[in-house]
Design a protein around this ligand. Sequence first.
Ligand code: 3PG
Ligand code: MG
Length: 399
Amino acid sequence: MIDPTSKYKMLEDLDLSGKRVMVRVDFNVPLHNGNITDDSRIKSALPTINYLIDSEAKIVLTSHLGRPGSEVKENLRLDPVGERLLELVDTGVKKLDDCIGPHVQEEIEEAETGDILLLENTRFHPGEKADDEGFVDSLSKLADVFVNDAFGMVHRKHASNYGVATKLPAAAGKLILKEVEGLTPAVSNPNHPFVAIIGGKKASSKIGALWDLMDRVDTFLIGGALAFTFLHAQGHLVGNSLVEDSMVDEVRDFLEKINEDRKTNILLPKDAKVSQELADTGEVKTVDAEKIPPEWMGLDIGPVTIREYRKAIEPAKTLVWAGPMGAFELKPFQAGTKEVAEMVAETSGYRIIGGGETGAAIKDLGFGDDMDHVSTGGGACLGFLRGKELPALEILKAE
Ligand code: 3PG
Ligand code: MG
């Protein structure tokens, strides 16, 4: 179980001037046709990067991008990330074509203090995900000290975010500390009512969090495609909506447990916006979410549901939101996510937005600054909120 009050080794404890400092960042940004569609993860690393520039360190950045499957994938090179980073910092950024080897080592030797070298996607090497000893050594010998600022990766035990921390003097970067501070109010002694809004596509990626949060949360509000797996598990007619068949039994167990305990409420959509296709061009109607006609699929929560959810959100003192309420990337199905964002922004409780899609949606809708904490992590953020032990954080704890 994670101890949110833990102390971490800090950047300020390291001797940095003139040193080769390897910083593991999470520059796993969303790309569309080679263009970055959300640069939050790059911007979030700037406090650490700027601190290192001021400390006259040689900055060696490592990151993964996507899931290349341990081989070089041209479309997953970090070049677009390097270009964006260059626009955000007051120093040179040189992107290298590998992350280990003699050429990389030479480039680092030749770099001036205050320069940034961005190494290539660590996941091009099989040793990365395997936390392979040889690969860890190849990375470690490129630096004198190690800083982990890749919060989005703390649930993973890979070479570049875990292995290297076992070999070099290591510290947590400023983003990691900010995330820990921002998420902790929902983990240790949260204020009640505690409302968790859980959406997104897959029940399988959220069910673990639902089980773990059950003791702490007063009300779950369920939206997104995963709501239809819940409604289906209750025996309702969900038409052509997305249902994860492999999850139906577990979802049913979860709902039964909630019913038995009677300590936690769960609200499911009462009505849904439906269409016959996943597009913004077809006919859209609002129907009873428990009686969706065959051929029609639920793509957003409806107005009755929004009204119900408002009643639960308004008094919340702690609020966690992970996963959009509908297919918000399509205009006709934006309202659920948008209205919920507005309600959350208006509450006086402590508001945490889980990372990835939800964070991007909230920012797109213009509510990013109204929240108390918008996490850069998806799986990592949920892992932290669940109270799970996160290997790449554990290794950074101060003795
Ligand atoms: C994320 O986006 O969740 C992190 O960058 C980790 O990536 P992964 O889920 O592919 O390990
Ligand atoms: Mg992930």
